[in-house]
Ligand binder design. Structure first.
Ligand code: SER
Length: 317
């Protein structure tokens, strides 16, 4: 069965989609992985690519039928900062995109779905540190509101129709292979590029704004890990807390200075800091660890070393 799985990644040009599609291709064969996004990717891909919006239900259905898709990874979303500037569009994309995919599963056109939620489901009334799985969720961004509603929708479709949907609450994801867009945690990717190119970075979050973060390699491992776990291991059908490390812009800058001693960080805080202010500093993910064996591999110093090594290669510095 698993050798015949056909995978569709929706949002394959995005920060996570770029790396996830490549990794899935390496694992399951590029002929079994179909990427889709609004526009053709900038560089040629080894996997099959289809230009499609997740809001175009008819075209999506044709793609699912043509390739006999079994597993869908739905990554297309408006993130927190972009969502605040486009509230209606964020709600439309984040909710109706999910509903289309859930209904394909209900109609038995696909078998399994991955859909990410986020730390943005939490808000100022949530405890700040070591946030448990079950806690107050009163988000203050449309991104968080849509993710929280999406979690509830996933749980409902699972209990009512038996849909096999699996979800994790991503923290801020950082890596070197792809660029994020529209998020509050994007600073933690931009900072590396600026550090290597200009030895200086102006940060839009405040110096001590500690947030839960994760290396891309760990995020990909968790994403494929939860999808490949035996079905009886998945006990939470809203979304699992997931954690690896947490740090502030100042912590990250200090770590970068170990590799680039001349690096300087300045602060010019904007509205994204207010969004981040409502989010937790750290997350308790014991359910993910106990239920399906999640375990991260990268701490802050390993993340920084690995990103700088790879970007130095890219920039030939
Ligand atoms: N990285 C996301 C954002 O900043 C949070 O999940 O919007």
């Amino acid at each position: 069965m698993s050798s015949q799985k056909k995978i569709l990644v929706i949002g394959s040009n995005g920060q996570i989609g770029t790396v996830l599609t490549k990794t899935l291709g390496q694992k399951f064969g590029f002929e079994n992985v179909i990427g889709s996004d609004l526009r053709m990717p900038d560089t040629p891909t080894k996997f099959i690519f289809e230009e499609c919006s997740v809001l175009n239900k008819e075209k999506l259905e044709r793609i699912i039928n043509r390739y006999n898709i079994s597993d869908v990874y739905l990554l297309a979303a408006y993130l927190s900062a972009k969502g605040e500037k486009n509230i209606d569009k964020a709600w439309d994309l984040n909710m109706n995109g999910l509903l289309h995919i859930l209904n394909f599963a209900k109609e038995k056109k696909i078998q399994k779905i991955f859909w990410p939620s986020s730390i943005a489901v939490f808000g100022p009334s949530t405890p700040k540190n070591n946030v448990p799985q079950y806690t107050i969720t009163e988000p203050t961004t449309i991104y968080g509101v849509s993710k929280l509603a999406g979690e509830t929708l996933c749980n409902y479709y699972h209990s009512k129709f038996g849909i096999d949907i699996r979800s994790i609450r991503y923290p801020g994801i950082i890596g070197w292979e792809s660029m994020p867009g529209g998020g509050t945690t994007d600073y933690a990717v931009d900072i590396f590029h600026e550090a290597l190119k200009h030895q200086e970075y102006t940060c839009f979050l405040s110096r001590d704004r500690t947030l839960p973060m994760m290396y891309m390699n760990d995020a990909i491992q968790a994403t494929i890990g939860i999808m490949e776990a035996q079905v009886d291991k998945i006990k939470i059908r809203t979304s699992y807390n997931l954690s690896s490390c947490h740090f502030s812009p100042n912590d990250l800058a200090e770590e970068i200075k170990k590799h680039i001693p001349s690096f300087k960080i300045k602060y010019k805080v904007d509205e994204r800091d207010t969004l981040a202010q409502g989010w937790p500093s750290s997350i308790n993910d014991r359910h993910a660890r106990n239920d399906w064996g999640w375990e991260p591999n990268f701490n802050l110093s390993q993340i920084v070393s690995d990103i700088i090594l790879n970007l130095r290669n890219r920039y030939k510095k």
